[in-house]
Design a protein around this ligand. Sequence first.
Ligand code: NAD
Length: 472
Amino acid sequence: MKQVDPWIGGRSASDAGWPRLEVSSPCDGTLVSSVALCDGLALDTAVAAAKQAAPAWAALPVSARGRVLRAIGDSIRRHAEELIDLECAETGKLRAEMSAFLTVSADYYDYYGGVIGAFFGDTINLGANQHAFTTREPYGVVGMITPWNGPLSQATRGIAAALAVGNAVVLKPSEFTPSTSVRLAEISEAAGLPPGLLNVVTGTGSEIGAALVSHPDVAMIAFTGSVATGIAVARAAADALKPTMLELGGKSPNIVFPDADLDKAAASAATICTSTGQQCAALSRLIVHESIQETLIRKVVALLETRRPGPTLAPITTPDQYEKVLSYFKVAEADGARLVTGGRAATEGELERGRYVHPTLYADVRPDMRIFREEIFGPVIGVTPFRDEEEAVALANDSDYGLVASLWTRDLSRALRVAGQLQAGQVIVNGGRTGVDTPFGGYKASGWGREKGFEALHGYSRSKTTVIGLDR
Ligand code: NAD
């Protein structure tokens, strides 16, 4: 069993007095990690280390910071196999899926290591006897809190941008999947990141997470996780007037018009199997024109049924989340949704020792049903038919969430018209690509602020205006 301890001020910290959490493999229930649940003193030490390291880092020319970031990206690639092993052990992800997340994680450092050189303020013309300009300044110490579903990619997404603008980071990963975050800090320092700029405190949300949010020397919070915790974090941060970036849940619609390429649309719906639906951006609501509904359902189901729990469909990561997904099968049945495939745990043979479910599709899902409204975070699609464009948009927007919306049509005018009306931070038309360079964040209960892309550099920095009166 791997011992996971916090990484503070450039070294691994351990204390015999800390309680430990034993994390079991989602694949077969064996114990994989023993995680230190560190105390407030450890957090204070981490914040102090970050506070001390930040000014010298911020004072470097951006080209020097960029070089270090790109070296970290290279190092992540060199340590790919090890990082993939660590994250697969705790999350249960398939190696192929984790390999894609690993690539993205390294790409964040390449991207921010490059674009930081083009991130600067403005000059403002106030006339001949004035000189006015803005500069972008780091916050100092950024507190970052991440969930269990994509620990390395979610941490690197924020860390690369926060470091690029000159901050130091104290990261609190999920207590269920902290290994890659700790290892990231180690390999970042070996690649040239000065000690103290990335500290990882392992522990529970209610203790260390909450203490990080309210710590007086932490100037900004970047939180990724559930809506309920996001609200608690925002409340606590508001008490100290601390800015927050909140990346929360989703219940994203995937709208298919009759003129769409149905094979591609079906393939996009089947991406619900990626990370077994444990993705904030999962396209869990298939909103389809009534004339093509049954054809599309057949195509999606055929794809879902190619995924075999175990070899080609990962398990559910945590025991609580597994129980939650199973409970939604009962909810869907009670609400009267039509089960087309799945709807049950996968317990055949060896699978019984793990936390597996079958990919699932329900048809005849109405907006008043809980599976239309609530984030399940599992491989579950609900299909809702529409008659016309207006109804499609209304159904898509009939959600507390607004993270991603996808739509499929060959009619460019309709695509732009509908995209303009969708309440979501990202709209994907006909499977358009998103990446490290495209801003990502929510409308409504999916949060605020933007990670990824150039916009994140604004989120992790603040603007200062300097005005100089000149003698003429
Ligand atoms: P969670 O909210 O339970 O936990 C997230 C993190 O917050 C964990 O590190 C946890 O320890 C910590 N935490 C818990 N209570 C806290 C408190 N009071 N103060 C500070 N920190 C606290 O979420 P989860 O179950 O780990 O993750 C799943 C959720 O994350 C889903 O809702 C999913 O949609 C969301 N998510 C969002 C994005 C995004 O980018 N929008 C990405 C991935 C996951």
